[in-house]
Ligand binder design. Sequence first.
Ligand code: DGT
Ligand code: CA
Ligand code: ZN
Length: 572
Amino acid sequence: MNKKEVARILEEIGQILELKGENPFKVRSYYNAARVIMNLDENLNDLVEEDRLQDIKGIGDALSQKIKELVETGKSGYYEKLKCSIPKGLMEMLTIPSLGPRKIKILYDKLNITNIGELEYFCKENRLIALEGFGVKSQRKILEGIQFKKKYEKRHLLPAAEGDAHYIISELENLDGVIRIKLAGSLRRRLETIKDIDVIIAAESGKESLIMEKYCGLKRVEKVVAHGETKSSIVLDSGIASDLRVVSRQEYPYALHYFTGSKAHNIEMRKVAKEFQYKLNEYGLFKGEENIPCNDEEELYNSLGLQFIPPELREAIGEIEAARENNLPSLVELKDIRGVFHIHSNYSDGINSLEEIIIRCQELGYEYVSVCDHSKSANYANGLSEARVLQQHQEIEGLQEKYPGIRILKGIEADILPDGCLDYNDSLLAKFEIVIGSIHSRLKMTEEEALERIVKAMKNPYLTMIGHPTGRLLLAREPYPLDINKFIEAAAKYGKMIELNANPHRLDLDWRGCKYARECGVLVSINPDAHSLEGLSDTRYGVEIARKGWLTPRDIMNTRTKSELMTLLNLE
Ligand code: DGT
Ligand code: CA
Ligand code: ZN
């Protein structure tokens, strides 16, 4: 190992020790040593060979041993062991500008944040604002730092990919020679995370290369990976990659279909084509040498005896059989949503007041709304004590009189405690009209423990629904190990609803589970889990995932009219 590498590891040891809250003198000795080694005039190898390390000011016996080991073997047992003693994600958090070990230790100790994904989520929930040593400004700086880092991630959440896709489309759609342009790939299928933005253009012949040139020369292009006649690949300044394919008007429906995927769906479609003794690929649908003409994807599906399959459903989970029997579901749309539950106000960790939320929901045309703040055990989120619940109920009653056009339901997001109990006693729970039960703490559970904990909560007669049932944070935190099918079966048994948390970091219940919930007759509630007025628009992502999960308006709780909802919940 050379000077630079040794110095880096000494520095890292210092950081880990600081993260662990070790003696500051010890911490500083490693930082010092790193600096000294880095600035050595002499050759480090010579110093080691001649056993002269400990003569250097600031390097004692223990340190010189470790440096010797590093120089001679390229490794340090001490360092390896130390690295294993903290969550891996903490070191990664050090790569965010404005975050040092001391601050990361606070985040870990106080909020149990162990990686960048969790940190981003907590910032967006404003959990850092009230944290000692942090505040609005540092929370914003950290978020900016995370955005910067995200440039280098491989998969992306829907909102980021969507914003960039919009940029690309708007730059290209009005170009001379562009007949049609559309997104393909996972983004068109509304998958919860996206690797790259696939774009298909039908172009007039002779105009292809100009279109390609414009694409590769877009202002926001950071890197051109490939520049071809019919296909180019770029990386945008956000770090998100994109592929463009330019095809002829005739090829367009087939290319769009092929590049929309999924791969598994395409494979099944080729099998269907074979039954007709056709051949299907990205260039056409062929009977022998002859192409069967299709103007659009709908005609392509129809030519194979199938109903048009919406892109969201193309995941090879039964859509082709259903389309053959003309039995595809009539998918829910955003306009079907008549009200929302699970919004956080400034009583807990949201930004806005009850009244601001109610006014906005009325503007959105909702018939009902339920603010569901955090419950008392959720100290990290300023959860509501019994007294504050009553205070909030009083305010709601006043607001209900002031805003008779929208029904305000008294709601709560009650923590499901480790033993499966909800976070308040029955007499208080009885005062709520909506009770969402969510797991927020003690996420380390076995599959049996997780199911048992949630089922116990579902047995509580006051519980309306289970919130974000797996606790996952996309690209950041794995779900706790919940057997989703058993969970859904239990919800059916106890007559409980399941939340589809529409926050694009969660999208939990997953769409794969939505389909099974529908089959079991369990109602899904599309909840924004908003912490600000802007957050209300996340409902849209929930609707998209519900569509991907085969849900129709009737499968969703908050498409009910106000009076239907009152009946469903046994309310006035
Ligand atoms: P991702 O990972 O988020 O980019 O997901 P996709 O589905 O967008 O995957 P991508 O970009 O690799 O490819 C776009 C579509 O192209 C894919 O959904 C189906 C089609 N495709 C790509 N490779 C193959 C293949 O080897 N066989 C078939 N049948 N289709 C493919
Ligand atoms: Ca893709
Ligand atoms: Zn929650």
